[in-house]
Ligand binder design. Structure first.
Ligand code: GLN
Length: 499
């Protein structure tokens, strides 16, 4: 019997033992999507046929005795920002409606080669700009823990799909927190790998110097398995790092932190964080001390300016990247009735095709890059970026990993921040420095806040290409928490089906 509540590693084990087939496992997840996605709205497109045929081919290969990769036959939800050949890809925007990419992103090609079964494309904030999925042109995603709340964003659909047992694994992208923040808000594991650790080829570009693809799973090991399946050098991405992939699966299984030094970032604790969030974080740190780690307080004085600098750099890059949506090359074209010139059609299409937040960012970015203002805004922001990077480098001279809460609060209500961009931007105050420095970080669920019973995420950060360190710490802490709770955190979430 298939069990959609199992971990991906357990599912893979069952598949290898032929307890059930990949087709049965895929069908069980498609059934679950049909049952609950009307409430959650995690998916923009479900590719039942494609998924079942991929599963069938894995079953055939297994029957023929072929050697398969560890995740062969495991279903996965794909953020709709990655190009998948022949499958609608919108990046949550109306301007890409109807676009079916003629090629696979490198990550998608790697997933297919590994026999991973892609169930469909998940909802997201338009062009990954947001922290709640409310900026999607296709309606918001609901948090499986409480359908009146957001699952976070921008990869909210991917996180919600995993938390609602619609998929055991998902892919997201993280420019300023878009994997770690929704993971925290839905009680799952999410990882932003080191910048350059995973290829960006075929990923719709938001802010190219910050964007990074990464895994979601319900456990640290599941995330590690997916991380290794997608990571590695890619000639088609000029920023991809040509170095061995960190051994994150081994690290996730190590379950030992003796002698490790863990730095608590002073500027990302205490004031400004919900009391129930800080409480769970502190308990988690106590468990790490019991497991033999040493806690040290470190200061990163320039983090204070990271959010402001991010909101100059990211919109600047976006204003340039989004110039390609010109009504000629992709998707939507409006007003082309033969009476207008190309420029006018372009302008009418961009007016109709982009949402409010995207327009706000294009205007902001264009302004920040304009001659006369460039040095004052973009130039200063780049200097802050260097200072943030130096803060991390100094901190990592003293400790092996750094920790902080992922988010200032637990999941907020749908509509609560949607008319207040600055309040929304503040959701990523603790995650943005990681992207600015190009390092990696994990969000690990560490319990439920006492005020509202909603999940809290601990952020664990490591130096460039040392991603194995946060898998080691995360895996150890996860095991300690599980033995304390006696059951996985998601067993506290409401059962959405069958009603
Ligand atoms: N919320 C941040 C933004 O809107 C980060 C989004 C992301 O990581 N893609 O830019």
């Amino acid at each position: 019997m298939t069990n959609i509540h199992a971990t991906a590693a357990q599912m893979a084990d069952s598949l290898a033992k032929k307890e059930f087939s990949a087709v049965e496992l895929t069908q069980a997840h498609l059934d679950r999507i049909a049952e609950v996605d009307g409430k959650v709205n995690a998916f923009l497109h479900v590719d039942s046929q494609g998924a079942l045929s991929q599963a069938k081919s894995v079953d055939e290969k297994r029957a023929a005795g072929e050697k398969l990769s560890p995740l062969a036959g495991i279903p996965l939800a794909l953020k709709d920002i990655l190009a998948q050949e022949g499958v609608p890809t919108t990046a949550g925007s109306k301007i890409l409606q109807g676009w079916r990419p003629p090629y696979d992103a490198t990550v998608v090609a790697k997933l297919k080669a590994a026999g991973v079964v892609i169930l469909g494309k998940t909802n997201m904030d338009e062009f990954a700009m947001g922290s709640s999925t409310e900026n999607s042109a296709y309606g918001t995603t609901q948090n499986p823990w409480d359908l009146t709340r957001t699952p976070g964003g921008s990869s909210g659909g991917s996180a919600a799909a995993v938390a609602a047992f619609e998929a055991p694994l998902a892919i997201g992208t993280d420019t300023g927190g878009s994997i770690r923040q929704p993971a925290a808000l839905t009680g799952i594991v999410g990882v932003k790998p080191t910048y350059g650790g995973v290829s960006r080829y075929g990923v719709v570009a938001y802010s190219s110097s910050l964007d990074q693809v990464g895994p979601f799973g319900r456990t640290v090991l599941d995330s590690a398995l997916l991380h290794e399946a997608i990571a590695g050098h890619d000639e088609r991405d000029s920023t991809s790092i040509n170095a061995p992939v960190p051994q994150v699966v081994t690290a996730a299984k190590k379950l030992d932190v003796k002698g490790m030094k863990i730095g608590v970032i002073k500027e990302l604790s205490g004031a400004g964080f919900q009391a129930g969030v800080s409480e769970r974080i502190n308990e988690a740190l106590d468990l790490l001390v019991e497991a033999g780690a040493q806690i040290v307080e470190v200061s990163c004085p320039n983090f204070e300016y990271a959010l402001a600098a991010y909101y100059l750099i990211a919109p600047s890059e976006a204003s340039s990247n989004l110039a390609r949506f010109d009504s000629m090359r992709y998707g939507l074209r409006v007003g082309d009735d033969g009476s207008k010139g190309a420029e006018e059609v372009m302008s009418i299409t961009r007016e109709a095709g982009f949402g409010k937040e995207v327009k706000r960012r294009i205007i902001l970015g264009t302004y920040a890059l304009s001659s006369g203002y460039y040095d004052a805004y973009y130039g200063s922001a780049q200097k802050v970026r260097t200072l943030v990077k130096q803060d991390f480098e100094k901190a990592f001279e003293k400790v092996d990993v750094l920790v902080s809460p992922v988010t200032p609060t637990t999941a907020f209500k749908i509509g609560e921040k949607s008319n207040d961009p600055v309040a929304m931007y503040l959701s990523d105050i603790a995650t943005i420095p990681v992207n600015m420095a190009g390092i990696g970080g994990m969000s690990l669920p560490v319990g439920l806040a006492k005020e509202d019973g909603l999940p809290v995420g601990l952020q664990i950060m490591a130096p460039v290409m040392q991603d194995d360190r946060f898998y080691r710490v995360g895996g150890t802490l996860e095991a300690a928490l599980l033995s304390k709770w006696g059951k996985p955190i998601l067993s506290n979430a409401p059962e959405l089906g069958g009603k």
